[in-house]
Design a protein around this ligand. Structure first.
Ligand SMILES: Cc1cc2nc3c(=O)[nH]c(=O)nc-3n(C[C@H](O)[C@H](O)[C@H](O)COP(=O)(O)O)c2cc1C
Length: 438
């Protein structure tokens, strides 16, 4: 029996991660704006002892063409912090990770909002720091516009430092000191004087110290600069890898960078995505997968593929031919490379790549019985490819329910996943060190 337990995140996505989930007869199409749906799904994750639920975000519709936006069923979603505040009061242990952008917010406001989520959830908040690569998002904040990749990260570096300084500026027990006559113990307050190229912050966070020291930092950058930022500041890193070799290479690369910043190997948990489709038998699982794939119209699959490749349009190329050479992108470089590599490695046509990516959106797809899914996860966990997984159910709630009912007990039986939460805070359950102050 292994002593090391894998970490599990439930990546929530309205009606499901599968691009055509909303068309499936089992799906709840308007899920993105149904709070009861999200609460029910969060409770399923908590029943499965998941470390966290995770909410992605972009402050924009996801596709320029509104028909494609509704196909993707991701444009009608709640803003993550508001959503997680509602979920916080309806759950007790599961961690709550919200995405927020360093490109279109300021450190003080963001640190304050996450401190509030952390307080009201009893220490379960996490921030998925993103630099935002979407042009549609940039258009909504046109005064700043979409900055080049390097500038987005330069700003993110400063942003992370300023936010961390704000959270660390308030020690435990600052307010209402025992037996004291003053409201605050001033020796425990450390005003932040942070002056950089992009931000200036002079002040104190108006919040008590987080029950978990400070909110958990999550990132998903895959470029060199993104991985360095994660190695320096993050507790968890998400990733998209297809093969075990790719996942191992990413894992080794990120872990190696930790040393540069004086951090230990366990200080950062690497959690790649997995899109599991589980059936009682292999045939049942495959039938579930086929049923979902049949709902993907070619136009939607190809448009989605184009957006992952960061190109405007692929309609000039034959659907059954190979991908043309791709121009280098200022947007998500790693995702483009992953698709190009897969196309070449497996000789896939544009139509085939489109179907493949539409399903799991570039993440690892596993279709099988509970023990086959557990085998696949355990293998990557034990072979240096993952500390845990960000589970991307194709359909909600049924896909997550299948995973919790069928796969979680199998992982527990093998001794690679917890049977009970270790504690009440996300930091405690993840097993990452507390920041020094407080
Ligand atoms: C699991 C996962 C979730 C992500 N969620 C978001 C998100 O909610 N919003 C966003 O703008 N980017 C999101 N991203 C994109 C990353 O934050 C990052 O921009 C991308 O991986 C490119 O990183 P790079 O520019 O360092 O290559 C996500 C990536 C992954 C793998």
């Amino acid at each position: 029996m292994s002593e090391r337990h894998m970490k599990l995140g439930a990546f929530l996505m309205a009606g499901g991660h599968h691009i055509a989930a909303w068309r499936h007869p089992d799906a709840h199409a308007p899920a993105g704006s149904d709070i009861d749906h999200f609460i029910a799904v969060a409770r399923i994750a908590e029943r499965g002892k998941f470390d966290m639920i995770f909410i992605e975000d972009a402050a924009a519709i996801r596709e320029r063409n509104p028909d494609l936006a509704s196909q993707a069923a991701r444009s009608t979603a709640f803003e993550p912090l508001s959503l997680l505040a509602a979920i916080a009061v309806n759950t007790s242990h599961v961690g709550l990770v919200a995405t927020a952008s360093t490109s279109y917010t300021e450190p003080y406001g963001l640190a304050r909002s996450f401190a509030a989520l952390d307080q009201l959830s009893g220490g379960r908040a996490g921030w998925n720091l993103v630099t935002s690569a979407s042009e549609l998002e940039a258009e909504n904040f046109a005064s700043s516009g979409l900055r080049p990749h390097s500038q987005r990260y330069e700003r993110a570096e400063e942003f992370a430092d300023a936010a961390l300084a704000l959270w660390d500026g308030v020690e435990d027990g600052t307010y209402f000191p025992a037996g004291g006559e003053t409201f605050a113990d001033h020796s425990k307050l450390h005003p932040v004087h942070w002056h950089g190229k992009h931000f200036a912050v002079d002040g104190i966070l108006e919040s008590q110290r987080s029950p978990q020291g400070r909110p958990i930092m999550v990132q998903a950058g895959a470029s060199d600069v993104g991985k360095d930022l994660a190695a320096r500041t993050a507790d968890v890193v998400f990733a998209a890898s297809q093969t075990k070799a790719e996942a191992q290479a990413y894992y080794a690369d990120v872990k190696l960078r930790l040393g540069k910043y004086g951090r230990g190997q366990d200080d950062l948990k690497v959690m790649p995505g997995i899109s599991p489709i589980v059936g009682a038998t292999e045939e049942e699982a495959k039938a579930k997968y086929r049923a979902l794939q049949e709902f993907i119209p070619d136009a939607v699959g190809v448009a989605l593929l184009a957006s992952y490749l960061s190109v405007q349009d692929l309609s000039a190329y034959p659907l059954d031919g190979p991908l043309p050479e791709m121009p280098q992108t200022n947007l998500i470089q790693s995702r483009q490379q992953l698709i190009v590599d897969l196309g070449k490695r497996e000789g896939l046509s544009i139509r085939e790549l489109a179907r493949h990516f539409a399903g799991a959106r570039g993440h690892w797809q596993v279709v099988g019985t509970p023990s086959q899914v557990a085998d696949a996860m355990e293998e990557r966990f034990l072979d240096g490819a993952a500390d845990g997984f960000n589970v991307m159910a194709p359909l909600f709630p049924s896909g997550l329910e299948d995973f919790v009912t069928l796969v979680v007990p199998e992982l527990q039986r093998r001794g690679v996943f917890r049977k009970e939460y270790e504690g009440r805070t996300l930091r405690r359950n993840l097993g990452v060190a507390s920041p020094s102050k407080g």
